[in-house]
Write a protein that binds this ligand. Structure first.
Ligand code: AMP
Length: 487
């Protein structure tokens, strides 16, 4: 008997849980599962890493086992802020629902409408969607929401950050009178509280400690710089990486364009690196994540939005190239390391311009981050780079001539935040630069082209392998003039 036996889940679900190797429920699972099975609304304050996805997918599988889906009328709807999170949830349904016959569809951007519509036409038990794509389908009359018995709004505070709340509110108001609502958010800003008050009926409030905020297994250090100059920050970052025993790391930037610039710079300096942000094609993002998970890529340079909630296995280090402008993101970022009892190290580079944000972080975590002097780096090794870990990183480090101040640096210093969408050309350029391009066969990807994907366990959900409509042939674009200043 495992502790799971007392939660009231069906034998088929228990079998899948055992096969997943889980022996006891996490606190949010222990509290949420029985209540969801009883049909109660839930307000769960929990972040990724707490097991919250299984806390709603497991009971949903049991509830949905009874009954049949009708064409275009999904029986349950799960809203996720990003495509990766949506795919991750889909993978949970595949893993835990392997002994049930549930039909599932994923409505996310970057996948053809035609394929998605065909699935909806056949009827789905579980519909996982990003809010914008869901409303697109709804407005085209391809979807009715009147048959939804269970609505899940996951990562509600991230929805807020991304400007999705009006869409979420609209979707909530399209629900039938009688349905169950499960709300999850890592934090409870006023706007989310308002939404919860409006749409939840006598919810059970479940709050679990965030693994990062309580994690004493993450050593945190602050590198204080006198200048905000991006080039100096990049130099400093490389210096820290070289002094640390970095197995793999995520480097967070506040701005998408800094993700690109830093990625190119680290590549030029011979590091194994890849970029991840919201402007990249879905297939590129999946390739990037896969290469990070299998160890091909050692450094993942990411924006908050792209990395949020991804189930990336333990990383040895997190680097904050900038202090995040939302203090809570600091906790999310450093929570990528020190997982599952392992120790991790997090370094944050701060400049005088970050003082205000840094104060917010200190207030939130309730202590001052240790100065980098406490990180145990030996003095005098400022320029003595350690031997790189992989052959790719053994590339000679060329000294490059530096111009006074380049376009890229100017761009990097602009105020554009990662949350804002930027031009598609930037996405194309970044995807071209990423070391691992998706393989194409006659313009289509076959199942064999996919490798295990980070955040999706060991396999990609089968339905995601199905070919999507062909993209129009790419127009020739004039190659963007290479900037000198990415080193
Ligand atoms: P989540 O918070 O949903 O992103 O889950 C974080 C990770 O915990 C995922 O890799 C899950 O596979 C894993 N997990 C979920 N529930 C359990 C459990 N009861 N025991 C062990 N691992 C779990």
């Amino acid at each position: 008997m495992s502790d799971f036996d007392f939660l009231g889940l069906a034998p088929e679900t228990m079998r899948a849980i055992n096969e997943a190797g889980y022996t006891s429920p996490t606190p949010i699972q222990a509290q949420a599962i029985p209540s969801v099975l009883m049909g109660k609304d839930i307000m769960g304050i929990a972040q990724t890493g707490t097991g919250k996805t299984a806390s709603f997918t497991l009971p949903m599988i049991d509830i949905l086992a009874q009954g049949r889906a009708r064409a275009r009328m999904p029986r349950s709807l799960i809203l996720e802020p990003t495509r990766e999170l949506a795919a991750q949830v889909a993978e949970n349904f595949e893993t835990y629902g392997k002994y049930h016959k549930l039909d599932m569809a994923l409505l996310i951007g970057g996948v053809s409408f035609g394929d998605q519509e065909k699935k909806l036409d056949r009827g789905v038990d579980v519909l996982i969607a990003t809010p914008g794509r869901l409303l697109d389908h709804f407005e085209r009359g391809k979807l009715m929401l009147s048959g939804v018995d269970i609505l899940v709004c996951d990562e509600a505070d991230r929805m807020l950050d991304m400007g999705f709340i009006p869409d979420v509110e609209r979707i909530c108001s399209l629900m039938p009178q009688k349905h169950q609502t499960l709300f999850f958010s890592a934090t409870m800003p006023k706007e989310i509280k308002r939404l919860a008050d409006k749409f939840l009926k006598e919810p059970k409030l479940i709050e679990v400690a965030s693994p990062a905020s309580t994690g004493e297994n993450i050593e945190q250090f602050l590198c204080t710089m006198k200048t905000s100059e991006a080039r100096a920050k990049r130099d400093k970052l490389r210096e820290i990486i070289e002094k640390e025993d970095v197995k793999n790391a995520i480097i967070f930037c506040n701005r998408k364009r800094d993700v690109d610039i830093l990625f190119r710079s680290l590549k030029k300096h011979g590091f194994s690196a890849a970029a991840l942000h919201g402007d990249l094609d879905q297939s590129v993002r999946m390739d990037v994540l896969a290469s990070f998970k299998d160890g091909t890529t050692r450094l993942l340079i990411a924006s908050d939005v792209a990395a949020r909630g991804l189930d990336i296995p333990a990383v040895s280090h997190v680097f904050n190239f900038d202090v995040p402008s939302h203090a809570e993101d600091y906790i999310h970022r450093i929570g990528r390391t020190g997982r599952a009892g392992l120790t991790g190290r997090a370094f944050t580079i701060t400049t005088p311009a970050d003082d205000k944000w840094l104060k917010n972080v200190h207030d939130l975590i309730g202590k001052k981050i240790d100065p980098i002097e406490k990180a145990g780096h030996s003095r005098g090794s400022e320029s003595a780079a350690e031997t790189p870990a992989s052959s790719e990183e053994a590339a000679p480090k060329k000294r490059r001539r530096r111009s006074k101040k380049s376009d890229t640096d100017k761009a990097a210093n602009s105020d554009e935040q990662t949350h804002q969408e930027s031009k598609p050309s930037q996405a194309k350029r970044a995807s071209r630069d990423n070391s691992r391009q998706p393989k194409e066969r006659g313009g289509r990807r076959s199942r064999d082209d996919f490798e295990p994907v980070v955040g999706m366990g060991d396999h990609m959900p089968a339905f995601m392998m199905q070919p999507t409509a062909e993209k129009p042939a790419k127009k020739k674009t004039t190659r963007r003039k290479k900037t000198k200043e990415t080193a």
